[in-house]
Structure formats: C-alpha cells, structure tokens
Write a protein that binds this ligand. Structure first.
Ligand code: NAP
Length: 285
C-alpha cells in the first residue's frame, strides 16, 4: 500500500487565501489585523523565522509591526514594550521570538502578553483555556497538525491517536486538541515509554514530535493509519528529515505528511489564522 501524501504547502496556500479574504474584509471595516513580532538579539535562525512571519503577514494583508532589539535589551524594557503593545488597539497579536537572551526570563515575557493577543498560545492562561475547552488560542504547530489530519476527510471521533512526545509546545497541546476538539481517544508517549511500537501499532493516527530521525518505522504503524510528522532533523548530508522513516512508513500508512512540506508551512499559517481570529473578536466587541 502506498499512502496518500498530505500536502502542507497546498493546505497552507488555501488557508492563507482565506486569511487574505478575512483580512481584506476586516480592513474594509477599519480593523486591519495587526501582528507585532519582536526579535531580541542576533540568533540567525530566529532572524529567518521572523523574516518568514513578517513576509507571510505582508502577503496576506495583515499589518506586521516588526521590532528588533539588541541582545542587551533589559527584561524590564521588553516587558514595558509588551505592555504598550497590549494597550495598542491596532495590534491584535503579539509574538516574541524565542529563544531570548539568557538574562531575560522567557516565562515572564510570555505571561506578560495579554491572553487576547497571545496568538502563539503559549501562556499558562492560554494553555488553561485550551484545557478547559474555552475560546483561547491554540498553539500554531498542533493547530496546524489538526488541520492536516482533518484534511484527510477521515472521521477522528473515537479513533485512537498516539502522540509521541509531551512538550508544552507540541505534544501536550496536540494531545488536548485531539482529545477535546476531535473527541479522539489519546495515548501520550514519552522517552520513558517502553515499547513505543506496542502503542503506535494500535493507533489510527500517529503524531510524532520527538526530534529524532527514524523514531517511527514501518513495523510500528497500523496499515491505513494517518501519520503526522512534526519532527525537524538534519541529516548528515545537510538535508531535512522528520521523525518518521518516510520511505518505509509510506508503504504501510494510509496518509502521511512529508518533511519538509508537511507540518512546517502550517505553523506560520496558523499564526496568521490566530491573528485574524483575534482581530475579528476585537471588531465584534
Ligand atoms: P522537545 O521539547 O525536545 O520534546 C521532545 C519529546 O520527545 C519529549 O517529550 C521526549 O520525552 C520525547 N521523546 C524523546 N525520545 C523519545 C522516545 N524514544 N520515545 C518517545 N518519546 C520520546 O521537542 P519539541 O519542541 O516538542 O519538538 C519536537 C520536534 O518537533 C523537534 O524536531 C522540533 O524541531 C519539531 N518542531 C517542529 C515544528 C514545526 O513547525 N514543524 C514546530 C515545533 C517543533 P520526555 O518528555 O520524556 O523527555
């Protein structure tokens, strides 16, 4: 059996065109959506991520407010800037690119962002809202992974999903979305889980978010399963790969995301979707 490819680039394009339409409608009513993106320091990878986010905003009609600060910016100054953005009615989402320089506490910074503007969905309050099934912002990578699963057209309700990994950014919110939003039956595994394959072989849906190539191999997958590969790893030849042995697993799974071109493009797309949602909520008030 050869799995169907779940094309994250194609789904991203479709969702971004919907974002652009919603942004245009909001702008026409005098509420152009605005996303503030803050970069502190010179980390080259962060600079690329931020550039991509700002460009994605521009392409979709979302106003980006890009602020770059030197690495020696004080924590107090950053918190004061966030407070000002919280109070700015033209800013609907605030994103502070991680990692921050060592002298700045990332938790303090994330918690300083107003929950109504926490479009990355990483604050404790946002996590609590997700847990309680309230109308918070879903973290972008798990949210995008849910969209990819939904794009298969398969019913998820009651299905057995296995999430490999339990980070606060991916694994835990992914498990919550599958459980609370999609009514799946969820198993969460981690580095202490003995015999990972025992769990994954029973799964209708597997989401791998570990950061280690070949964590999921063909012998660990139930025929016809949906496989979502969140991992990003660099091979010896410099090319990217995920956590899933793509060539082997595609012969067993029913659907599979590639790396690159699967979850990756969806993450920025869902940031735009969250920003639009924030702006629509403000406009509706
Ligand atoms: P992380 O914080 O390092 O978490 C990795 C998780 O994997 C941990 O919960 C760990 O368990 C678990 N794990 C390690 N070895 C395992 C094993 N043998 N079996 C089962 N679980 C195991 O990483 P993360 O931030 O969640 O990121 C995971 C991957 O996704 C990385 O490759 C990252 O680059 C990628 N990622 C991609 C995107 C995207 O946009 N595509 C976004 C975010 C992250 P313990 O908790 O027991 O240590």
């Amino acid at each position: 059996m050869t799995a169907q490819l779940i094309d994250g680039n194609a789904l991203s394009r479709q969702l971004r065109s919907e974002v652009a339409q919603r942004a245009a409608a909001l702008t026409a009513r005098g509420h152009q959506p605005g996303l503030a993106v803050i970069l502190v320091g010179e980390d080259p990878a962060s600079a690329v991520y931020v550039r991509n986010k700002v460009k994605a905003c521009e392409d979709s009609g979302v106003r980006s407010i890009f602020e770059k600060y030197d690495a020696d910016l004080s924590e107090a100054a950053l918190l004061a800037r966030i407070e000002a953005l919280n109070a700015d009615p033209t800013v609907h989402g605030i994103l502070v690119q991680m990692p921050l320089p060592k002298h700045i506490d990332p938790h303090k910074v994330i918690e300083a962002i107003a929950t109504s503007k926490d479009v990355d969905g990483y604050s404790v309050l946002s996590a609590g809202e997700l847990m309680a099934g309230l109308e918070g912002f879903r973290p972008c990578t798990p949210y995008g992974s849910m969209k990819l699963i939904e794009s298969t057209g398969q019913s998820i309700k009651g299905k057995h999903a296995v999430v490999i990994g339990r980070s606060n950014t991916v694994g835990k919110p992914m498990a919550l979305l599958l459980l609370l939003q999609a009514n799946a039956t969820v198993t969460v595994t981690h580095s202490g889980t003995p015999d990972l394959g025992y769990h994954t072989r029973q799964a209708d849906i597997v989401v791998a978010a570990v950061g280690r190539a070949n964590t999921l191999t063909a012998d660990m997958v139930k025929p016809g399963a949906i496989v979502i590969d969140v991992g990003i790893n660099r091979k010896a030849d410099g090319k990217l790969c995920g956590d899933v042995d793509f060539d082997g697993v595609k012969e067993v799974a029913g659907w599979i995301t590639p790396v690159p071109g699967g979850v990756g493009p969806m993450t920025i797309t869902m940031l735009l979707v969250n920003t639009i949602e924030a702006a629509e909520r403000t406009a509706a008030r």
